[in-house]
Design a protein around this ligand. Structure first.
Ligand SMILES: [Zn+2]
Ligand SMILES: [Zn+2]
Length: 166
């Protein structure tokens, strides 16, 4: 028993023990720096407000407890996912908006301000001679630049060709 204690005591005073202890301390510091860096990176992906990102990073500096607290309170989603979903919702709203128009010839989807169908090149609307904006069939004057629109029917393909989606 005395021999064992002596051996242990010898070990704890040996240079091997000091090396091991310093190595362990070094690993702990590296791990701590890594958690701070991770908190900062994660906060930047989840939080828009720059000040809050830095507050989160400061919280992450608290050794090991800080990152855990941050994980409990961080926003659940990445900013890019939030933006992507907002775009998707806007696209769905646009699709459900009811004002989607179709080319009368090929039924391709066209926008309200298209002059020609991009698929079959059917003329859908006239453009204003001065400002080149698309004009409605009933307009007598361009609302954008006040250029009078020639009264007669210059094209057979007036916008009554435009039909709303069924
Ligand atoms: Zn078409
Ligand atoms: Zn005009």
């Amino acid at each position: 028993m005395t021999l064992l204690v002596g051996a242990l005591s010898g070990f704890f005073h040996s240079s091997t023990w000091y090396v091991l202890r310093n190595l362990a301390g070094f690993m702990v510091v590296v791990f701590w720096v890594a958690t701070v860096y991770w908190v900062h990176k994660d906060a930047r992906r989840r939080i828009e407000d720059g000040l809050l990102v830095w507050v989160s990073t400061l919280l992450g500096v608290v050794p090991f407890v800080g990152p855990l607290i941050y994980m409990l309170f961080r926003p659940p989603e990445y900013l890019e996912d939030v933006r992507e979903r907002a775009l998707e919702i806007r696209a769905i709203e646009k699709r459900l908006g009811g004002h989607d128009l179709h080319c009368p010839v090929c039924r391709a989807a066209v926008e309200e301000d298209y002059l020609v169908c991009p698929v079959c090149t059917t003329q859908l609307r006239q453009a204003c001679a001065t400002c080149n904006r698309p004009l409605e069939a009933l307009w007598q004057i361009c609302p954008y630049c006040a250029t009078p629109i020639p009264g007669s029917d210059p094209l057979p393909s007036r916008p009554q060709w435009l039909s709303s989606a069924p």
